[in-house]
Write a protein that binds this ligand. Structure first.
Ligand code: GLA
Length: 728
């Protein structure tokens, strides 16, 4: 059994793959954290409890009997405000009287096999779940803590539900998803920062006394800071040491915090950002918070990533596609931008006929009056002046080549110059009598309103149902300003950012779930909304508008800290690269794009026979390694953030096959010799390596390694494949 309650010691033990999470109900009724890490025995753990600091800290409310253990000095499973716990609170409630006190004590618990869903929000599937019911002794405010463990992933999934069981209205000033305690402070904080074209760049800094915080105030998880944070033992490397990874299943404004407490321990907490947040919780109402995944590995940062990858692939990413071969697209965006005709599109598709590219995606510009990014968003009907014969003609043609057809939408946006804005200016987010900020010349639709969601669902579903569309790219190109809904009372305006997330998930439910035969890819002006909640609906997300192979090594390296390769959409594009102007060899562009869900994005209409043959070869190579991209274990063996090299090895779960892709940024004269030590293979198996035409023992390639021959030049790749040989 994965979850056990020892009634003698009042300790809960939650066992996942290779991990144990333990906490107890102490004599005051508080849920007190004891442990999360490598699997341990179900022992009496009370010897590790602190006896208090003997300081002038507050006592348990109403208990002045003296003695160290009445001081509020234990790490509760959920930190709360106003009764002597001075750590970052996970919750602050404004009660009817104006006081902000909460004291959450154990009431009861349940252990359930069927994981309860979160109302209106995505969450992990499966696993065994503990529901801990906590209750305030005075105010009838309650909180349910959910914990889920898995036998195939080294993670625990956690969330909180806040319940107003009183007959007065309360307000939630803060409603985070979890608090989590660690016994010391020898940690570095790893996060993924960025901007457009630089998404998810890795940063590692030492934690300190006080709070290290990352957040988004953008109503989107954002390119600026991904909702992921890791705490790595200060000595931890890619391969060794304790690492905890936190990944929030949420797409709107969030906060994640690590706090060095004065008692030498560490607190991690977070969830919906409490900046610009206040939720009115009526009598009898519940407030559900997003789920967080907490991964643990003793095998360094790489182990933490593999734990998250397993969890996301096995239990979060839409199971219809999570482990299935992906479409390989030719997308026309960089090939034509807005400037296309039906004949041009046909020639792009025709040029890749027979290469194995199986889906033609028509990007921005097919609808409304959309000849530039200044108009048309929201008018989701085909522009037959531009697209002669409508979608029918181009789809028929693409299908006749044996390819599927995909289409771009940006459903959450509205252009000022659009029929829908002229008819319904109030559909756009804004504050009465204030000018709105433009971003990419556009506004956002107020999807917190039902009539706006109904409009989007109706017009999108019409296009999807009337045409043979088998793939949709769902884009989102700006961040919100003027957070305000014309349709909501003043005291509820600070609910905006979370209501946006709820509106978004409802749209996904009504469009994605209602069209199960369509493959959906997420996108956000590149990769500005790359988070687990999006992956619940869309199995892959466009990683970055920056498709330059050199920059992509850094972006894909950082992204892989939290997300599996199969989640990253990666295209081979033109040189000079449209974002950076850099030249890199076609082989390099393909090798780097093959480390994700691969595709093509360039004007293929001028392809020579040789280019077509090369593309066909690349697609075949990708299909050969795709099973590893979808299901394999990732080992990062060279970090482009700190070296001239990048290397990923992906190994099948049974260690019978693997692929190693390595990249050298700059070449020189007298290039340094680069040994590539392969990770994750079975030392005792023998592997055939076709690129070397030889068979080597796993122990040889893991310990001695291979020596990369990058050849002359900058931005060069090498690739080796490994196939276990019987009786090796
Ligand atoms: C965003 C996307 C691109 C492309 C354009 C179209 O920038 O990231 O891939 O779809 O929008 O306007």
């Amino acid at each position: 059994m994965a979850i056990l309650f020892d009634s003698r010691t009042k300790t809960f033990f939650l066992d996942g793959k290779g991990v144990t999470y333990a906490f107890m109900i102490n004599k005051f009724g508080y849920a007190e954290h004891l442990y999360y890490g490598k699997t341990i025995g179900h022992d009496d753990l009370s010897h590790t409890r602190t006896r208090g600091a003997g300081s002038r800290d507050a006592t348990i409310p109403g208990n002045d009997e003296g003695g160290l253990n009445v001081y509020h000095y234990f790490p509760t499973e959920l930190s709360f405000f106003g009764t002597g716990d001075y750590r970052e609170p996970a919750v602050e409630v404004l009660n009817g009287s104006g006081d902000r006190l909460t004291e959450l004590l154990y009431d009861s618990h349940e252990i359930v096999d069927e994981k309860p869903k979160i109302n209106g929000m995505p969450s992990m599937r499966d696993g065994e779940t503990l529901i801990l019911h906590l209750k305030d002794r005075v105010t009838s405010f309650a909180c349910d803590l959910y914990y889920t463990v898995y036998d195939d992933a080294s993670v625990i999934a956690r969330r909180a539900v806040y319940i107003n069981a009183s007959d007065e209205t309360k307000k939630l000033n803060r409603a985070y998803s979890f608090s989590f305690s660690l016994p010391d402070q020898h940690y570095d904080v790893i996060s993924l920062y960025g901007a457009w074209g630089k998404e998810r760049t890795t940063e590692r800094i030492p934690m300190h006394h006080g709070v290290v915080s990352i957040d988004s105030k953008r109503c989107a998880s954002s390119a600026v800071l991904n909702p992921f944070m890791a705490l790595a033992d200060r000595d931890a490397t890619e391969e060794h040491g304790d690492v905890y990874g936190f990944n929030l299943i949420y797409s709107s404004s969030y906060a994640l915090k690590t706090e060095g407490i004065n008692d030498g321990r560490t607190l991690v907490t977070g969830g919906i950002n409490d900046f610009d947040f206040c939720w009115v919780l009526g009598a009898g109402e519940r407030f559900e918070t997003p789920e967080v995944l907490i991964a643990y590995s003793s095998e360094g940062i790489g182990g933490m990533s593999r734990a998250l990858h397993d969890a996301l692939r096995n239990h979060l990413i839409n199971p219809r596609y999570a482990k299935k071969p992906r479409p390989i697209v030719i997308n026309n965006w960089e090939g034509t931008y807005f400037n296309f005709t039906v004949d041009k599109l046909k020639s792009i598709a025709k040029a890749v006929e027979g290469t194995g590219i199986d889906t033609f995606v028509l990007d921005d510009g097919w609808f409304g009056k959309r000849d530039s990014d200044r108009s048309g968003l929201g008018d989701w009907f085909v522009n037959t002046d531009k697209l002669e014969g409508g979608l029918t003609e181009i789809i028929r043609y693409v299908n006749s080549l044996g390819m599927k057809f995909g289409l771009w939408f940006e459903p959450e946006m509205i252009s000022e110059d659009s029929d829908i804005f002229r008819a319904h200016p109030e559909y756009a987010v804004g504050v009465p009598n204030r000018p709105r900020c433009y971003s990419r010349h556009q506004y956002m639709m107020d999807i917190t309103r039902k009539e706006v969601r109904d409009y989007i669902v109706e017009v999108m579903n019409k296009v999807l149902h009337e045409n043979n569309i088998e793939y949709v790219k769902w884009d989102y190109n700006r961040n919100i300003t003027e957070f305000f809904s014309f349709a909501r009372e003043p005291e509820r305006q600070a609910e905006y950012a979370h209501r946006y997330a709820l509106g978004l998930y409802e749209l996904f439910d009504r469009i994605v779930e209602a069209n199960p035969e369509i493959f959906f890819e997420g996108c956000s002006g590149g990769g500005a909304r790359f988070d687990p909640a999006i992956l619940y609906y869309f199995p892959q997300i466009w990683t970055s508008d920056n498709s330059d192979a050199e920059d992509r090594t850094v972006i894909q390296y950082g992204t892989s800290l939290a997300y599996p390769l199969s989640a990253m959409s990666c295209h081979v594009s033109e040189v000079p690269n449209h974002q950076t102007g850099r030249m890199s060899p076609l082989k390099t562009r393909a090798d780097i794009a093959h480390l994700g869900a691969t595709g093509y994005e360039l004007d293929t209409s001028g392809f020579t026979d040789a280019m077509r043959a090369e593309t066909k070869k690349q697609v075949e190579e990708y299909r050969e390694m795709e099973e590893l991209i979808l299901n394999g274990d990732l080992y990062r063996t060279a970090d482009p953030n700190s070296s001239n090299f990048f290397a990923f090895t992906v190994v099948s779960k049974d260690k019978s096959s693997a692929v190693l892709t390595a990249y050298r940024r700059l070449g020189s004269t007298n290039n340094e010799v680069r040994y590539l030590k392969v990770r994750g293979l079975d030392e005792n198996k023998a592997y055939y390596i076709p690129e070397l035409n030889r068979t080597l023992k796993g122990s040889t390639v893991m310990n001695l390694g291979l020596v990369a021959n990058f050849g002359r030049g900058d931005y060069m790749t090498v690739k080796y494949t490994f196939k276990a040989v019987d009786n090796g």
